[in-house]
Design a protein around this ligand. Structure first.
Ligand SMILES: [Ca+2]
Ligand SMILES: [Ca+2]
Ligand SMILES: [Ca+2]
Ligand SMILES: [Ca+2]
Length: 362
């Protein structure tokens, strides 16, 4: 009970802090326009860019056959404008250009087409909407005005909880990619990453800053992000042993609307999800299995991922959390750790104990 009260207070505080941020970080806003109308303009601007630009490989080759050729690890995405009579393929016609449909976070029923260029997806760990990621990126307008970048890798949280969070369109793009499988460190302390996801995304302003005015970007501006997805950390905001992404019970990429016991503290921020007086961490069993590549000969990290993710070692009530492994190539052999939790259903009513307020009984 004590833990739950603390969680509630922190959560209430968190809402207060979050609601203050827009003006504190120096941004200003202009009056909000109709979001559907702005989207139509943004989509036209983005599709025009995709029709009039190509991937410039001149100084910067990419191996399209062997995507995980180590030479591709350093690939840098460059877009250039198509000249009249050019035989280059417009971005809009590239098979690497994909899109997903994303609902406006502040207007139900308004769906955006979010285009992204997948040079390669990456072979490492999956990235979830509420993970902390480690990336390099560059954000610009369609006029090539760079307003933000990180040439050296930085980490940030994808979903705004207490600190940070990124615009919805950037988060929705990054989760389509996977992390590096390994890295090695140079003498100057920098690292070279291998087999990571490389891409770019084209964000309508409704999935970016909309009516906010940034230093170099006016309101209602579509944005282009180029990025390398290097690593990720699973966050467990309430330290109950269940990572936050698995506390999104309805799988809608929103952890704030899952509150099993209706006490206003959502499950990802509630130490006792079902409010039965027994903490979640005492109603599940956390397991981890360690395998090194001397014990099972994995041909690749991808094969190891498949092995674990396909549930080779997992029992019926066990929930897959992740497979973690040593990524620093200086450390051999690679040690793979499969992490799961057992969602025990003691009374067999189909609801796991930690979500079942009828178990244990008073
Ligand atoms: Ca948790
Ligand atoms: Ca949810
Ligand atoms: Ca709750
Ligand atoms: Ca409980």
């Amino acid at each position: 009970m004590k833990l739950r009260k603390i969680a509630l207070i922190v959560f209430a505080l968190m809402i207060v802090i979050a609601s203050c941020t827009p003006d504190d970080d120096g941004t200003t806003t202009v009056p909000a326009r109709d979001r559907t109308e702005v989207y139509a303009e943004d989509l036209l601007e983005i599709e025009t860019f995709l029709e009039t630009h190509y991937l410039n490989l001149e100084d910067n080759p990419f191996d399209f056959v062997n995507l995980y050729n180590p030479d591709n690890d350093d690939f840098k995405i460059v877009f250039s404008e198509l000249e009249a009579g050019s035989t280059e393929v417009a971005l809009i016609d590239m098979p690497q250009l994909k899109f997903k449909t994303v609902e406006d976070p502040s207007e139900e029923g308004l769906f955006y087409k979010l285009y992204y260029l997948e040079m390669r997806q990456g072979l490492g760990n999956e990235v979830h909407f509420i993970d902390e990621v480690f990336v390099t990126y560059e954000g610009s307008t369609t006029e090539s005005i760079v307003f933000d970048d990180a040439i050296n890798p930085i980490n940030f949280e994808l979903t705004s909880v207490l600190n940070g969070g990124v615009v919805t369109g950037f988060m929705e793009s990054l989760i389509e990619f996977k992390t590096a499988t390994s890295f090695d460190t140079n003498n100057d302390g920098t690292s070279n990453y291998h087999n990571h996801g490389i891409g770019a995304a084209f964000l309508p302003s409704g999935l970016a800053y909309f009516n906010q005015v940034l230093e170099d970007v006016s309101s209602y501006t579509p944005l282009i992000f180029k990025f390398n997805v290097l690593d990720r950390v699973l966050l467990d905001h309430d330290n109950d042993g269940i990572p936050s992404f698995l506390e999104d019970l309805d799988n809608n990429s929103d952890v704030f609307d899952d509150d099993t016991n209706d006490d206003t503290a959502p499950n990802f921020f509630d130490g006792d999800d079902d409010g039965d007086g027994t903490n979640t961490i005492d109603e599940i069993t956390i397991k981890s299995y360690t395998v090194d590549d001397n014990m099972i000969a994995f041909a690749s990290t991808e094969e190891a991922n498949d092995y674990f993710e396909n549930g080779a070692e997992i029992d019926e009530n066990e929930v897959f959390i992740s497979v973690e492994y040593t990524k620093n190539t200086a450390t051999t052999p690679t040690v793979y750790t499969l992490k799961t939790f057992v969602a025990t259903d003691s009374n067999g009513n189909g609801t796991a104990d930690y979500l079942d307020e009828t178990y244990p009984e008073d």
